[in-house]
Ligand binder design. Sequence first.
Ligand code: URA
Length: 216
Amino acid sequence: MRIPKRLAELGKKRIAPFPVEGFVYGEGPQQCKMMLVGEAPGETEIHNGIPFSGRAGKELMNFLKRAGVSREEVYITSAVRSRPYRWGEKKTRTGDMVRRKYNRPPTAKEILAHAPLLDYEIKHVQAPIIVTLGNVGLRRLAGPDKKVSEVHGRFIKQPVRCLKDPEGTSFTWTEKDYVIFPTFHPAAIFYNRSLLDLIHQDMDKLKAFMREFAGE
Ligand code: URA
């Protein structure tokens, strides 16, 4: 499923004032086994247009394998569809300093700018469960007080945050309840390898949920 072009254009317009680049569409079937909500694309993704196709994506594919689903069976998106960057300096092999862009987490204003896109996906993608990857996706949907380290691996049935209307600038809640399953962002294991055990436990729970959902 792809969001309508007019909505993508609205998202691009709303995020234009901020230091972000590129635009990556969410990807996957409308009728899917789960919807994954990440943070924002990185450098690899904005070059090839495929969500989670970089280093974090490789880890995510291992998680999905453990949960017993393939990439083709899930819908993959994120809170922000452009790459948030900051300028920094890097020393080259010859010792020269060069300016380059680094990834950074999206700000609250950037998340709000692309909220109409995720709202549309939540409304139109038919997924029995929404898996949030890391704090950004979790807080965008379940509220700013949530912490992935506290609530990961739980099935949380509640409304999700959405804009009052696509041109809106503040969040309200959907009337409908969704099942949210928070887990860690795959990039988190680059900094903390010990999270892998917890993520594996989460993926095992997800696998059991989907078996039950499929009536197996
Ligand atoms: N992290 C995300 O949240 N999304 C991507 O597409 C890549 C990394």
